[in-house]
Design a protein. Structure first.
Length: 73
């Protein structure tokens, strides 16, 4: 199962009352996600990474929060 890609892994997913973790050990989120590619200035990305580490978040979590905050203004 560890060697399967994300699409193949979805075929074998099932719902249980237990805590499930992905291959990387992170908790899987209930919210659907989609992967995107962005080109950002190196200095900006360094700031994002440092701030995300300080907040104990992944870069994806940090970016999602920043975008949500900006859109709610």
């Amino acid at each position: 199962m560890k060697r399967l890609g994300p699409q193949a892994r979805k075929l074998f997913e099932f719902s249980s009352g237990r805590d499930t973790r992905g291959v990387s050990g992170r908790k899987e989120t209930k919210q659907k996600s989609k992967k995107y590619t962005f080109i950002l200035p190196v200095e900006l990305m360094k700031k994002v990474k440092h701030d995300a580490v300080e907040q104990e978040k992944t870069i994806s979590q940090w970016l999602a929060g920043a975008i949500e905050k900006k859109l709610s203004e």
